[in-house]
Design a binder for this molecule. Structure first.
Ligand code: ADP
Ligand code: F6P
Length: 304
């Protein structure tokens, strides 16, 4: 095999650079050139790429974000655009393509695989919302970011006996809210739609205050409600003043925790091995704490 291409797509996730490093390391063992398409599928459309080598990849291994850029590209969803790309990849002897991203990016990868491009997905999203894999790249770092940031805010909250409603990312998934909320010993975690009950919130606030806790913390998954919605209902129904705070992109940046770096290397290495075995339409996954792979089609069929 002569050459493969890779790209990062959708929301960036800490650990994407480590996955790129894992791919380049494994490819180098087999003398395979690696093209890094810039800005996700947009770079694939424009044929905009750089050669990835240990020299330009290794400085980014432990850094958050993705140094080859990412984007959300509506243009790429057009079948005629995908067909043009597949034709060019074959002409330019790009014999495999690794797509690091979330389920939207996986749909793009599956389309290219159906057009005869040997395509492998790597789950890169802080949301941990890709079915069948136990973990996605960036999730553990996002939880770390939420916990560290909220710890800081709660020092101020405790000084004033404030009540906080903190909204965290995750799209439809409540994993970040659940993990970070638990780690923070939050008074309430609203990770799923049926977790919100204003009378329960009132009771929780009263219990927490009665035990002498100096702040109250509710962690809310963005997919359930916004922190302002929570504030509006709780203030109206209970009279307790709420500080709403949407944490935003501080959750997505930051240098990846050790686990995301190790996972990135493992996913990258495994993806190249799959390509060398002639596999296509697969995605790297974690099952029973081990890196393995599953069918892209089955994984996408399990998306809720
Ligand atoms: P994520 O990969 O994090 O879920 P998005 O849902 O925004 O992020 O998807 C990233 C990109 O993947 C989109 O901008 C688009 O280029 C591509 N994509 C998403 N859905 C499809 C689809 N159904 N078919 C082809 N490409 C898609
Ligand atoms: O998918 C990752 C994610 O960070 C979600 O948690 C969030 O809903 C979304 O991306 C935010 O997207 P953007 O950065 O485009 O606002």
């Amino acid at each position: 095999m002569k050459r493969i291409g890779i790209l990062t797509s959708g929301g960036d996730a800490p650990g994407m650079n480590a996955a790129i490093n894992g791919i380049v390391d494994e490819a180098r063992k087999h003398n395979i050139e690696v093209r890094g398409y810039l800005e996700g599928y947009s770079g694939l459309i424009a044929n905009d790429y750089i050669e990835l080598t240990p020299e330009n990849v290794k400085p980014h291994h432990g850094r958050g974000g993705t140094f080859i850029g990412t984007s959300r590209s509506e243009e790429f969803k057009k079948p005629q655009v995908q067909a043009k790309i597949a034709k060019r990849l074959l002409e330019e002897e790009v014999e495999g393509l690794i797509v690091i991203g979330g389920d939207g990016s996986y749909r793009g990868a599956l389309s290219l695989s159906k057009l005869g491009i040997q395509t492998i997905g790597i789950p890169g999203t802080i949301d941990n919302d890709i079915p069948l894999t136990e973990l996605t790249l960036g999730f553990k770092t996002a939880v770390r970011n939420v916990v560290d940031t909220v710890d800081v805010i709660m020092q101020s909250a405790a000084s004033h006996k404030h009540l906080y409603a903190i909204e965290v990312m995750g799209r439809k998934a409540g994993d970040i809210a659940e993990w970070a909320g638990r780690a923070l010993d939050a008074d309430g975690i609203i990770a799923n739609t049926n977790d919100f009950d204003v009378e329960k919130v009132r009771q929780t606030i009263e219990d927490s205050q009665a035990m002498g806790k100096r702040f109250q913390l509710f962690v809310i998954a963005e997919g359930v409600m916004t922190c302002e919605e929570f504030q509006e209902i709780v203030e109206r129904e209970t009279g307790y003043p709420i500080h709403p705070l949407m944490l935003g992109h501080i959750q997505r940046g930051g240098n990846p925790v050790a686990e995301d770096r190790i996972l990135g290397l493992g996913f990258g290495e495994h993806a190249v091995k799959l390509i060398l075995e002639g596999k296509s339409g697969r995605c790297t996954s974690v099952i029973d704490n081990k890196v393995t792979d599953l069918s892209l089609e089955e994984t996408l069929a399990a998306v809720e």
